[in-house]
Design a protein around this ligand. Structure first.
Ligand SMILES: [Zn+2]
Length: 354
């Protein structure tokens, strides 16, 4: 049995997404969730999924939506349309190149909830027309709020998502150091979620439906730090699975976990996390570096051809267009990012799952 025995290649959602997550659980692999900022990185992710022959999650971060429209501060509706355009870009390509893709939006804190409301409106419009949502899932991140409030607001949104067949991702406590809105260095206690806290979230969310994932915190940190800074304790995930299964008399391992802040983590801990049913692994920092590294190499290798529109070692009148043409160096970055994403598939035991 393979993924393509379960779902058709395209952007998948709702029960199809459940089939694929369950398949990942049964076969002990995690699906890489790649943060993207435009068509170059989206295409790198899609190409990687095609080559790796496996499903992929492609996700957008709120702060970057405006990047699809303008670098300048942009009106809210333009940002929303930028994000919608990305989702449609993935739909158009995934269908043609036969990729199973999951389209997701990353961390949404309290301040950006109005933007999520707008996206929901876009989902509604799309649903009316096509009987499917535009996005497979959205993340809510109210992890800096008290747990009760976090879950209360998340439930409200989940009820709306449910009507549109959209999955929910919720963060319980905080990914370390680099959330865009919170400095968490001062409160490392919140970097470890307890079984009771996860059970609380599980109980309330599963009272609505079971199509949700939990980003439990076990010492995760965004960005790359020296390994000794990151004290990952994936056994927290296992403990909570057992606690919840017993408390609510569910099947074994009822929780679908998401791993934030993978970059820089030890291999052994990553393997352990997958063993404890992490099925979505966020990848961002390492793919950013990969993109930049090959652009940097290109610039270094062709330095003498990149100092002006004309003039290079071959002559004073020689044009340099074929070196500074953005297609030249952007395609280098795209290829390098693609390679890095394929490595992620390999590290997550996710190659050739289609
Ligand atoms: Zn994150």
């Amino acid at each position: 049995m393979w993924v393509l025995d379960l779902v058709k290649p395209w952007v998948i959602y709702w029960e199809d997404l459940k089939k694929v997550y369950n398949y990942a659980k049964e076969n002990k692999f995690a699906i890489p969730a790649i943060n993207v900022i435009g068509s170059n990185s989206i295409n790198a992710a899609l190409e990687a999924a095609k080559e790796a022959n496996s499903p992929i999650i492609i996700q957008f971060t709120y702060g970057w939506w405006q990047f699809n429209w303008s670098n300048a501060l942009s009106p809210l509706d333009a940002q929303i349309l930028g994000c919608v355009a990305w989702a449609k870009h993935i739909q158009t390509l995934a269908e043609k190149i036969w990729v199973v893709a999951i389209v997701h939006t990353d961390h949404a804190n309290k301040k950006v909830l109005p933007r999520l409301d707008w996206l929901l409106e876009e989902n509604k419009k799309y649903f009316k027309e096509k009987w499917r949502p535009l996005f497979s899932s959205h993340m809510l991140d109210l992890s800096v709020e008290p747990l009760k409030e976090n879950i209360e607001i998340s439930k409200k949104y989940f009820e709306e998502f449910n009507k549109l067949n959209i999955w929910l991702e919720v963060e319980i406590w905080i990914t370390g150091w680099e959330e865009e809105w919170a400095d968490t260095t001062s409160d490392t206690k919140k970097m470890y979620t307890s079984s009771e806290e996860l059970a609380y979230a599980y109980e309330h969310l599963s009272s609505i439906w079971d199509n949700f994932t939990l980003a439990a915190m076990f010492g995760n940190v965004h960005w790359v730090y020296k390994p000794w800074n990151v004290k990952l304790r994936p056994e927290i995930l296992d403990e909570a699975q057992k606690y919840i299964a017993k408390k609510y008399d569910t099947n074994e391992n009822p929780v679908n976990y998401v791993f934030h802040g993978w970059s820089g983590s030890e291999e052994e801990k990553i393997k352990q996390a997958i063993d404890y049913w992490v099925i979505k692994m966020n990848v961002d920092t390492d793919t950013q570096w990969a993109f930049w590294e090959w652009v940097k190499n290109f610039v270094e290798e062709n330095k003498d051809y990149l100092q002006g529109q004309i003039w290079n070692p071959e002559g004073e009148d020689m044009p340099n267009k074929k070196y500074y043409d953005p297609r030249k160096w952007l395609s280098k970055g795209q290829e390098s990012m693609k390679n890095r994403v394929i490595k992620a598939f390999k590290d997550l035991n996710a190659l050739n799952r289609n």
